[in-house]
Design a binder for this molecule. Structure first.
Ligand code: PBG
Ligand code: ZN
Length: 325
């Protein structure tokens, strides 16, 4: 008889059936939020140089695309708009017939509740300066910006959105949006805030895709420094106090500690945004034949879920979905 506990962990790895039986974290299509880019006045979809296999959609193709995403059992989309006109106030962001507002109402009209509609709420695609807030005296002005963000959210609510997702990193944006939605009678429209959105170099393919790079300066005066994990927790806490429904950590892969810490500390749904640069790294390596794309994507997204993400915004949603059925 052995006098020591005979720990044989390989017992659980002996064959496929046994390994599957003991699997702790399971990736599912139900974890995903699929981003969609729609460009005003576009007649047909265009490919993007910076994000291979992701297209800017023509407004006329949006319903079909949302439908095929829903058919893959992906529960939600995140709409980003690329407007025809930019100006100082970002007026096309809250226009009743704006590119996103029309996309929302088309999808809602044609698909009903077949898919959860989420929308980005920001100003960088819509303003001439390309900043996430309004520029006053060469500075990004917080308090006028949150009023405009609230206006954008209400215009999207009127079109039929389910969840708005402010990504501007302005202080008080969640409160301003929550109050405006409630005042307009949209108490059922939820908020998924980009709560801990870091100032990352992994956003550049997206900026190209969405045409939203800042024309001067950078985003360091509003996005979080990635050196400050406790400040990230204060951002998450502030959003919870302002009435957020889902908090988001962004980017995902280099921020797994922040995801895990958020999940441990708070009791709200946690989402993670696997951003365009994370997509680009994998795409480039797999195009070279250096890695197996599906295997690497499965491993990375499982890691993000294992860290604590309840939902993952990922450009790989459609690619990986068939393998998860
Ligand atoms: C802008 C916005 C950005 C992303 C989402 N919304 C870029 C930025 O802040 O400059 C990045 C997403 C990605 O890289 O996939 N509000
Ligand atoms: Zn922005």
């Amino acid at each position: 008889m052995t006098s020591f506990p005979n720990k044989r962990l390989r017992r659980l790895r002996r064959n496929e059936k046994i390994r599957d039986f003991f699997q702790e974290v399971r990736l599912s299509t139900k974890d995903f939020i699929c981003p969609m880019f729609v460009q005003e006045n576009l007649k047909s979809n265009v490919n993007s140089d910076s994000m291979p296999d992701i297209q800017r959609l023509a407004p006329s193709n949006v319903v079909n695309e949302a439908n095929s995403i829903a058919d893959l059992k992906i529960p939600a989309i995140m709409l980003f708009g690329i407007p025809a006109k930019k100006d100082g106030d970002g007026t096309s962001a809250f226009a009743e017939d704006g590119v996103v507002q029309k996309a929302i109402s088309d999808i809602r009209k044609n698909l009903g509740e077949k898919i959860v509609i989420m929308t980005d709420v920001c100003l960088c695609q819509y303003t001439s300066a390309g900043h996430c807030g309004l520029v006053k005296d060469d500075e990004v002005d917080n308090d006028s910006s949150i009023q405009t963000l609230a206006k954008i959210a209400v215009s999207q609510a009127k079109a039929g959105v389910d969840f708005v997702s402010p990504s501007a990193m302005m202080d008080g944006q969640v409160r301003a949006i929550r109050e405006a939605l409630d005042d307009a009678g949209f108490t059922d429209v939820g908020i998924m805030s980009h709560s801990a959105k870091h100032r990352s170099s992994l956003y550049s393919p997206f900026r190209d895709m969405a045409d939203c790079a800042p024309k001067f300066g950078d985003r360091k005066s509003y996005q979080l420094p990635y050196t400050n994990p406790r400040e990230a927790m204060r951002e998450v806490e502030a959003d919870i106090n302002e009435g957020v429904d889902i908090v988001m950590i962004k980017p995902a892969l280099a921020y797994l500690d922040i995801i895990a810490e958020t999940k441990r500390k708070f009791h709200v749904p946690v989402s993670a945004y696997s951003v365009s640069g994370e997509y680009a790294l994998v795409k480039a390596a797999s195009k070279q034949g250096w890695i197996n794309e599906l295997d690497v994507v499965t491993e990375i997204l499982t890691g993000i879920k294992r860290a604590g993400a309840d939902m993952i915004v990922t450009y790989f949603s459609k690619m990986i979905a068939p393998s998860l059925k």
